[in-house]
Design a protein around this ligand. Sequence first.
Ligand code: OSB
Ligand code: MG
Length: 375
Amino acid sequence: MGIRIDRITLREIRMPLVHFFETSFGRTTERRIVLVEVSSDGVSGWGEVTAGENPFYNEEWTESAWLILRDYVAPQVLHHPFDSASEVAARSAHIRGHLMAQGGLEVAVWDVEARMLGQPLYQHIGRGVPGTTRRQIPCGVSIGIQDSIPQLLQKIETELAAGYQRIKMKIKPGWDVEVVREVRKRFPTILLMADANSAYTLADAARLKCLDEFDLMMIEQPLAHDEIIDHAKLQAQLRTPICLDECIRSAHQAEQAIAMDAGRIINIKLGRVGGFAEARRVHDVAQAAGVPVWCGGMLESGIGRAHNVALATLPNFTLPGDVSASKRYWARDIIQPSVEVTPRGTIAVRDDPGLGYELDREFLDSITVRQELLS
Ligand code: OSB
Ligand code: MG
């Protein structure tokens, strides 16, 4: 089946977070999210750009994504026939960087193609992948830097009571060893990990080594956002496995990082690698090397969240990811039903065509601050 996109609509929505989210690079209280709607023969597919409000996680942000999509990515896809969605990413591969903008459109094409085939997205992206796709996604939570340790302990308590299988806490210099020690003291046996979002350098190796005594599942992206070699040097000094996030933007980089033992686990984010086609390749490269992966999150609305659920059905997503319930982020989500987590800390995969959830159009329109139709 071929596919031809005849309309692309960009839309920016604003959604206040239920609770602020703080990482080593800053605090977010309200999301500004770019959504991409693609249409083919009257059928719509949806994508979410996972860029932040500022160029602090990587170089992209809401505003850059809008311009790159409008002026560079959309013209490569609009009215251009494809044999399948798997060819879309290559059309904009000449653009340097801006993979989140590229990925926002790519995932929308996968969605529309799945809907045209009458298939759920997870089956569509899982075609040809050996191994059973799972129907229940194991879920963890990512907990931001808090104003105090008691507040953090309280949050962890709440998430464990809700059933989440592992806790990720954000760390930065000044909120690390002492805080992790307190968390471990209070919760001696939970699956626990820490994410530094590139806040350290190799000069901090001794400090990071102190984390070895807390039996963390992994330390996520301790060093620079674009650094693989230094992570290899650090991993050689640590007992705790390093998990790579920011610095893995392609399957090729995943291969290089694994070959040099720069990390022993990979966090896969759809936007960071430019969409489903590359995410699958990263998954495959890691699987072949015996490296487990899990699905990361970028404070997505329901659309991005539904895509993450589909991605996490692939067989090498063996560790609990950062895909959690809508209500942890939003008073009201833009999909129906909202994403819910069972008391066992799992999300049940839905079998409806495409991303598997209905859009709440009325609510979506009410939080839309700008819209542009490209045709
Ligand atoms: O590094 O995984 C990260 C949020 C924004 C930017 C980067 C990251 C995160 C998270 C939150 O950890 C994951 C989520 O709950 O969506
Ligand atoms: Mg991370």
